[in-house]
Design a protein around this ligand. Structure first.
Ligand SMILES: C[S@@+](CC[C@H](N)C(=O)[O-])C[C@H]1O[C@@H](n2cnc3c(N)ncnc32)[C@H](O)[C@@H]1O
Length: 332
């Protein structure tokens, strides 16, 4: 691709994002019913305008999502991921990342560079991103489903970490555990483990009850469950700046056992070189939406030691997620 085409592609990235979003929002992937179909058939099955449908499908074909053969369209292998039936369906992620709230938040990036006001404040007058759940209740459902979907991939990454072993733990709390997908997988894997799912009330109300799992509503800036053998935080600390992370880590340190272990799962650590890594893009998303950040290994060492912890081990996976295992700085 020449420079003109390449920059044009970057500049119109939001066109592509909205094409994919629209395809998913109207359930067009499922409307194929696993066979070729005309735009007329897809329009009839999804209730969209026929001509508009043809033009959208025609534009999606060169992106590799559909194949066009005269008036017949069919899903490619890539397009199959945009159906709800696919075992690794990406529909929930598309609905969150290319949906109204996230797109609107990203329009604030250029102003953020100057004023550092988080986008939820500038656009929705909210103290933080999570206030969106009350202000726009439908967004909570979209967010939680997408988290569940991200979580399925990440559970596979966590299960792939041969060095990560929780079999010595009797109790574990998943702080900000959302609907409990990670905790459920850990309880299945470790039959002697008892777990607490800890999150905001509006979130855990939606989690399904399970043996050996207690739900506890709370605010981790105020207090966290005490005396747990393990404290799991997946995609929690990247939401917050260092001062707020120190509050959460301080609350853990205050009530944990001397031998407790803390497990921090995040994209990263962010490479300190120019190599590509998903964490570099997510870092911008966290900055913009919460004044949060993805961290380099140096930054993790600094943050954790300020809170009285030290890194015991870093568990790498086959994907962008890693788990930093930390313990009290006093533990030998
Ligand atoms: C980025 S999500 C991560 C969810 C889950 N750990 C995962 O990886 O899929 C952050 C979670 O933190 C929760 N949360 C935000 N602020 C909180 C607070 N002050 N106290 C407890 N939970 C909070 C949110 O409700 C949300 O479920």
């Amino acid at each position: 691709m020449n420079p003109v085409e390449q920059i044009a592609q970057y500049a119109t990235g939001h066109w592509v994002s909205q094409m994919v979003f629209t395809f998913v929002k109207h359930n067009m992937g499922d409307a194929f019913q696993q066979q070729a179909a005309t735009a007329t058939q897809i329009a009839e099955r999804t209730g969209v305008n026929e001509d508009n449908c043809f033009r959208l499908l025609r534009a999606l074909a060169p992106l590799g999502i559909l194949k066009q053969d005269d008036d017949q369209f069919s899903l490619t292998e890539l397009g199959e991921f945009l159906t709800t039936e696919h075992p690794m369906s990406l529909t929930d992620k598309v609905l969150l990342e290319a949906g109204y709230e996230h797109v609107l938040l990203w329009t604030h990036l250029s102003d953020y560079m100057v004023n550092s006001t988080p986008a939820p404040k500038a656009i929705f007058e909210l103290d933080n991103y999570f206030g969106l759940f009350e202000k726009r209740p439908k967004h909570l459902d979209v967010f939680a489903k997408a988290m569940g979907s991200y979580c399925q991939d990440e559970i596979a990454m966590i299960e792939s970490m041969s060095s990560l072993d929780l079999s010595e733990l009797d109790t574990l709390v998943d702080l900000g555990g959302a609907y409990g997908d990670l905790l459920v997988s850990l309880l299945q894997r470790y039959p002697n483990l008892e777990g607490i799912l800890f999150d905001q009330a509006a979130v855990i109300d939606n989690a399904l009850p399970l043996d050996r799992m207690t739900k506890q509503a709370g605010n981790f800036f105020k207090q966290v469950p005490e005396n747990q053998d393990g404290y799991f935080l997946k995609h929690i600390l990247h939401d917050w700046d260092d001062a707020l992370c120190l509050k959460i880590l301080g609350n853990i340190k205050r009530v944990m056992k001397p031998s407790s272990r803390v497990f921090i799962a995040e994209f990263g650590p962010v490479p300190e070189t120019d190599e590509p890594h998903l964490s570099k893009m997510f870092d911008l998303h966290m900055m913009l939406t919460l004044n949060g950040k993805e961290r380099t290994l140096t930054q993790w060492h600094e943050l954790l030691s300020s809170a009285g912890f030290k890194i015991k081990m870093i568990h790498d996976s086959f994907g962008p997620l890693s788990v930093i295992e930390a313990c009290s700085v006093d533990l030998v």
